[in-house]
Design a protein around this ligand. Structure first.
Ligand code: FE2
Ligand code: FE2
Length: 479
């Protein structure tokens, strides 16, 4: 996109907020034009990123700004060189620190991928890794926020940075304060998939099964990553080994060499866990993305096969601690998944009282679940009283219902719900909008459901096992 001969780059609101911390944040800012029209100058240089009213812009539906490419470059570089100061500044809060680290990390990884010659950026990566080790690992809150943030960034560059940062945290959990080893693992994490640059985009984004030939090519990428590093002194022998082995498995069924257990470098066993985690929480054409807690629950089935049990145990500890330190995330412990089977009824960071847009993947709820109605539609809350509630269906269709549950549900799960409308039973299909810890004894969770459409009793039963909810009162066990 161009404006007055200058190239403009799109910058997300989150990135703009982080860049506002830089000393070169004095950039000209443009807003995208309506319906693909010309960009409009919003703030000339002199006002700069710190003085943008982000809330107002976001409220108006904007998700990015446009900044002159040259000025943006300068601003990004300034943030990168000032990152250490930012991380050590006690007046800056953990969220801002993590956002700045994320921003710098993704920029460095992006330049790696774009350069074709990673060597040009190795010094930057090494500096970043040192800064992260000094500034992030010692601050649990920043580390936790960064871990949480990694769930929302899904480009290739952000994958490299996320695996680098997560691996460093996990290594710290296992090894403690051993800067040399941490540095090597961080570098290996940041560079592990560099070799994918040599693979065509068609292969990487393919949603159909890979041919044997394509599979062979993909299996070369750890070797290719090491080859691309050339003889750069920033990548030590152990960094290269870790990269080479990041797809080896604990049971020896990995590639390229089929090494097993302790034959595989500890750093590679660490990267295997964080790499799989970050890949799972990313969206793919052929499946929905997993929530972080869902991903960890699913990964647990691979302990002893794909993952080293000792490393995975440390990962669960780190994960549980870090995620519960972030207020946006509910404190469902990972053990909650044991109660209802793996992978289902586990909530994630999206559990907020916001509407689920139409693109959100929806999945039938496959587990029996107990529920009772707390309130519905415009009827007043009946907390503590479980008498009969007669409910016109329009109340549910207008504003949904709030229900008590014995197990957490996944945001976006679809339930079939039976309402007692006072004129007989009526089945509806509804989607879970949010789920959080409940405070009623015996009912550990509370969920909000959003009306989708009516269904006949036969349709309601034709699907997966479902939730029968009577607003009548009482507990309903659903089969
Ligand atoms: Fe890989
Ligand atoms: Fe990877």
């Amino acid at each position: 996109m161009e404006q007055d001969g200058n190239e403009l780059k799109a910058v997300t609101m989150g990135a703009a907020r982080a860049l506002a911390r830089s000393s070169a944040s004095n950039v000209s800012i443009y807003l995208p034009g309506d319906a693909g029209g010309e960009p409009v100058l919003y703030r000339g240089a002199g006002i700069g990123l710190p003085n943008v009213n982000y809330r107002r812009l976001e409220a108006s539906g904007l998700d990015h700004l446009l900044i002159d490419a040259e000025e943006l470059r300068r601003c990004e570089r300034a943030l990168e060189s000032e990152l250490a100061d930012i991380l050590f500044d006690p007046t800056i809060d953990a969220n801002d620190k993590a956002a700045c680290a994320q921003q710098v990390g993704v920029n460095v990884a992006r330049d790696f991928l774009a350069a074709g010659r990673p060597a040009d950026h190795m010094d930057r990566a090494a500096r970043l890794v040192d800064t992260l080790i000094d500034g992030v690992l010692r601050d649990r809150q920043v580390a936790g926020t960064l871990l949480n943030m990694s769930a929302h960034h899904q480009s290739t560059a952000s994958h490299l940075f996320a695996v680098g940062a997560l691996s460093t945290m996990l290594a710290f959990e296992i090894l403690g304060d051993q800067p040399e080893k941490l540095r090597a693992i961080a570098m290996a994490g940041m560079l592990h998939d560099l070799g994918k640059m040599s693979l065509g985009a068609e292969i990487l984004s393919k949603s159909t099964p890979l041919t044997a030939e394509e599979m062979l090519l993909i299996r070369q990428h750890p070797i290719e990553s090491v080859r691309l590093l050339g003889d750069d002194p920033n990548a030590s022998e152990s960094v290269r080994l870790m990269i080479l082995q990041h797809h080896e498995r604990f049971d020896g069924r990995g590639y390229p060499l089929g090494l097993r257990a302790d034959e595989v470098e500890l750093g590679s066993r660490i990267i295997a866990v964080t790499d799989a985690f970050h890949a799972m929480i990313g969206k793919r054409d052929y499946r929905h993305e997993f929530s972080p807690i869902e991903a960890v629950a699913k990964m647990r089935f691979q302990v002893g096969a794909q993952f080293d049990p000792r490393v995975f145990e440390a990962w669960e500890n780190l994960f549980r601690r870090s995620f519960s330190s972030v207020d946006r995330v509910l404190d469902y412990s990972i053990d909650d998944t044991a109660e209802t089977g793996p992978g289902y009824h586990v909530d994630h960071q999206g559990a907020r009282k916001t509407a689920i847009d139409r693109k959100t993947p929806r999945h039938a709820c496959p587990q029996p679940i107990k529920a009772r109605c707390l309130r519905t539609g415009r009827l007043p809350g009946v907390s503590g009283v479980w008498g009969k509630i007669e409910c016109p269906i329009r109340d549910v269709s207008r504003s949904g219902a709030c229900i008590d549950l014995t197990a957490p549900m996944y945001r976006g799960e679809v339930v079939s719900v039976m309402l007692d409308t006072g004129k007989g039973e009526q089945w509806i299909r509804a989607v879970v909008r949010w789920c959080r810890r409940g405070d009623v004894e015996g009912w550990r969770y509370q969920a909000g459901i959003q009306f989708m459409h009516r269904v006949s009793a036969a349709e309601a039963h034709s699907d997966q096992p479902m939730l029968g909810l009577s607003v009548d009162d009482e507990v309903l066990v659903v089969t």
